[in-house]
Design a protein around this ligand. Structure first.
Ligand SMILES: CC[C@H](C(=O)O)C(=O)SCCNC(=O)CCNC(=O)[C@H](O)C(C)(C)COP(=O)(O)OP(=O)(O)OC[C@H]1O[C@@H](n2cnc3c(N)ncnc32)[C@H](O)[C@@H]1OP(=O)(O)O
Ligand SMILES: [Co+2]
Length: 153
């Protein structure tokens, strides 16, 4: 059970606050079909090419929306962390949300103190070249949450 959800002050670390919605990630069974859908049917202005992310076990395509992004994900390699998700959801679906934090170490301290488990022992470099960590969906109301360190002026 999560300890207090209210305290923002955590022993030994400054208060932190949650930043912007960086992206909503969709796992897709057919990346090119999804890319064309968001570009030609949904008329998104900026849809990136597919980028292989071997260290994350996915291909990514980013659909720019102005105030946030959609990240299209497709498995890369035999060990993809999203393979089981697509097995369970054959047509694809919302996979995770990515939220920005100013300091990922401070955020992780606070989250761990509240009983939220990170899925990796240390941040990895994400699709934007910034530190990212995923939080256990069971500790986040059934939602897979990715936090990305984005220092804003
Ligand atoms: C290039 C980086 C890019 C970026 O920077 O933006 C990315 O986003 S990379 C994206 C791909 N990488 C990851 O998603 C890494 C974190 N994810 C994982 O490690 C796995 O997906 C994991 C552990 C969350 C789930 O893996 P798997 O489905 O194989 O595990 P289980 O079948 O054992 O499921 C356990 C439990 O969790 C539930 N679950 C699984 N996926 C999700 C999800 N996306 N949202 C919510 N819940 C999820 C699953 O249903 C199981 O629940 P249970 O009640 O036990 O059946
Ligand atoms: Co992501």
């Amino acid at each position: 059970m999560l300890r207090s959800l209210v305290t923002h002050e955590v022993k030994g670390s400054a208060a932190w606050k949650l930043g912007r919605l960086n992206h909503v990630a969709l796992a897709v069974p057919d990346l090119e079909q999804a890319r064309v859908f968001w570009r030609d049917v949904m008329c998104a202005e900026k849809v990136s090419e597919s980028v292989a992310q071997p260290e994350h076990g996915v291909y990514t395509v980013f659909v720019e929306l102005g105030n946030t992004k959609i990240e299209l994900l497709h498995p890369y390699g035999a060990e993809s962390p999203i393979a089981a998700f697509l097995e369970r959801n054959k047509s694809g679906g919302i996979h995770h949300v990515c939220l920005e934090v100013a300091d990922i170490a401070v955020a992780l301290d606070a989250l761990k103190a509240s009983g939220v488990r990170p899925l990796s022992s240390a941040p990895k470099v994400g699709a934007h070249g910034l530190p990212v960590v995923f939080l256990h969906p069971k500790d986040c109301g059934g939602v897979l949450v990715e936090i990305e360190e984005k220092r804003r002026p």
